[in-house]
Ligand binder design. Structure first.
Ligand code: IPD
Length: 262
């Protein structure tokens, strides 16, 4: 496990350097769009994913690799890497300092390690299954324990929106129904950082629909290892729904999510 974590840390550090070196001042040029005209990709997203993929597969050629921007690679070792080279691409394009590299590895379908680094600020988070979640500042490591459980009407809830207009319309309506019942809503723009913010206690709960595995794989392990419940339909987060909250308040929060018709 520590071999996977060491590799993820070192590759994430290279990815951060790569993106910082290439990012121009001001706005970043857009190379294309994906699921809708608002779903952006830049040449730097692509080159960063190529770098991550090349480094991981050079070290572990038998592993599988799934990334946001490229072709999936099948493997034979039972280890699968799930990577978002820049989660929060719209923030990255506009220069809002909330975008991150997100690297997770699963063994035989079980999450084993997760590393998330805010590329703009250097804030770094990591977790191993059973080994806790940590914020890493140079040589200093701080264990993450999530927020204290709060009643839903005092929760600061993060969410996000899909890029497909019809999905957004549904999401906006659900968030509108939730807003009167919680402290407030945050739409920060990078799911991986929403989950690490939650692990750090900067938020009280999180709900989002339409996420892909690379958006939440690493952040979900970090949140779980910080003691939060990360769940979804049938108890497993997936594209239909990802919910995260402290164990003591997750039932109450899930009931609200259901009432708001997410
Ligand atoms: C997006 C971000 C955003 C979330 C979107 C994701 P991307 O990832 O995580 O917060 O709301 O659903 O697609 O496109 O910036 O990698």
């Amino acid at each position: 496990m520590s071999e996977l974590l060491d590799l993820a840390r070192s590759v994430a550090a290279d990815a951060v350097e790569h993106v910082r070196a290439l990012r121009p001042r001001g706005r970043v040029g857009v190379a294309g769009t994906k699921s809708s005209p608002t779903d952006l990709v830049t040449a730097i997203d692509r080159s960063c994913e190529e770098l991550i993929r090349a480094r991981i597969l050079a070290a572990r050629p038998d592993d599988a690799f799934v990334g946001e921007e490229g072709q999936d690679v099948a493997g034979t070792s039972g280890v699968e890497w799930i990577v978002d080279p820049i989660d929060g691409t719209v923030n990255f394009v506009y220069g809002i300092p909330r975008y991150a590299v997100s690297i997770a590895a699963r063994r035989d379908g079980v999450d084993e390690i997760g590393v998330v680094v805010n590329i703009a600020t250097g804030e770094a988070y990591e977790a191993t299954a059973g080994g806790g979640a940590w914020r890493v500042d140079g040589n200093e490591r701080t264990r993450l324990t999530g927020p204290p459980a709060a009643p839903v009407d005092q929760m600061l809830v993060a969410t996000g929106f899909n890029y497909v207009p019809s999905v957004r319309e549904h999401q906006a309506a659900a968030v509108g129904r939730m807003l009167p019942h919680v402290r407030d809503i945050r739409r920060i723009g990078a799911a991986a950082l929403d989950l690490t913010d939650l692990a750090e206690g900067r938020l009280d709960a999180y709900v989002e629909q339409g996420l892909k595995p690379w958006d939440h794989a690493a952040g979900a392990l970090i949140a779980r290892e910080a003691g939060l419940v990360v769940t979804g339909p049938g108890g497993v987060p997936d594209e239909r729904l990802v919910v995260a909250a402290p164990a003591a308040s997750v039932e109450e929060f899930l009931a609200l999510v259901e009432r708001c018709r997410f």
